[in-house]
Design a protein around this ligand. Structure first.
Ligand SMILES: Nc1ncnc2c1ncn2[C@@H]1O[C@H](COP(=O)(O)OP(=O)(O)OP(=O)(O)O)[C@@H](O)[C@H]1O
Length: 275
């Protein structure tokens, strides 16, 4: 089998087998009428890790994210979340599992007619029967957690900067205290300082809340700074996964170009942070 159709392999970290798998995808195939976008794809996400998902434009990173959270239909394969096969789960179970997932979509996906506080409260309204006072308190706590000032609560999305929109969307993703948070290009459109601040926020959330992060990104700074492991998508599947350092040595044209190309030159790899 050629490299075009075969996965390259995996960077076996010590004791990886002992770690709890929160998300297990096997043989995932997704298409939209034409040739499949993902075909026979396998992926594992371990508890407490920050997994970066990268790949060329159109390789299906967002499709994979949406498939795992149940927004895209699979033609084949299965997804287990927290050890439960989604296809075998009742609709009530699926709702319970869904509550353990938080999602930050690429553009933030805030409701323009709702205030920040109302946007963050939406999942509570949908899932939990609590008083309006408690709902607001919970939402304010989450806004504080993501570093927004109290006066942001009454603003509308049109009054916010790009970085603030991402933080509000993150607060909403965290409102039900999920086990896993999915981030679709969270730093896209942010200036380098805004992006670095957002990266720091993700790290501190992992440290304080112990959440697991599945992050689609093109941002090399984020990959170097915050991910524990990176999965590279290509040829409709996960080509290879491993640490940033290990992927730099994988013999594949796109991977070499990405991890050792022009943009990667400014990293001091011995220190593993932007130079
Ligand atoms: N609902 C849909 N219907 C039809 N085609 C779709 C749908 N969703 C995604 N696609 C197609 O699937 C392919 C992969 O899309 P996806 O958004 O996952 O790419 P990506 O890897 O996230 O790309 P990028 O890095 O540019 O954001 C694209 O060709 C896209 O047009």
């Amino acid at each position: 089998m050629t490299q075009e159709t075969e996965t390259i392999g995996t960077d076996r970290q010590p004791h990886r087998e002992d770690r709890e798998v929160l998300i297990r995808g096997r043989g995932i195939t997704v298409g939209f009428g034409g040739p499949p976008i993902l075909e026979n794809l396998d992926i594992d996400v371990y508890r407490g890790e920050i997994l970066g998902v990268v790949g060329g434009s159109g390789t299906g990173k967002s499709v994979l994210l949406r498939t795992i959270i149940g927004l895209n239909r699979r033609q084949a394969g299965k997804v287990e979340l927290f050890g439960r096969d989604l296809d075998a789960a009742s609709s009530a179970e699926r709702v319970r599992i869904g509550r353990r997932l938080g999602v930050l979509f690429q553009q933030g996906a805030l409701f323009s007619s709702l205030t920040v506080l109302q946007n963050v409260s939406v999942p509570i309204r949908e899932h939990i029967d609590v008083s309006a006072k408690l709902r607001d308190e919970l939402a304010r706590l989450k806004l504080e957690l993501v570093g927004l000032p109290p006066n942001a609560a009454a603003k509308y999305p049109s009054e916010l900067s790009g970085g603030m929109i991402k933080r509000v969307a993150l607060a909403r993703a965290l409102i039900l205290d999920p086990d896993v948070v999915f981030l679709d290009e969270p730093t896209a459109g942010l200036d380098p300082i805004g992006a670095a601040d957002f990266d720091s926020l993700i790290i501190s959330l992992r440290e304080t809340l112990g959440i697991t992060v599945f992050m689609v990104t093109h941002d090399l700074d984020s990959l170097v700074t915050i991910t524990d492991r990176i999965a590279v998508l290509g040829n409709r599947k996960v080509l290879v996964d491993g640490t940033f350092q290990s992927l730099r040595h994988v013999d594949h044209p796109w991977i070499q170009d990405y991890f050792n190309g022009e943009r990667a030159r400014h990293f001091d790899f011995d220190r593993m942070e932007p130079a």
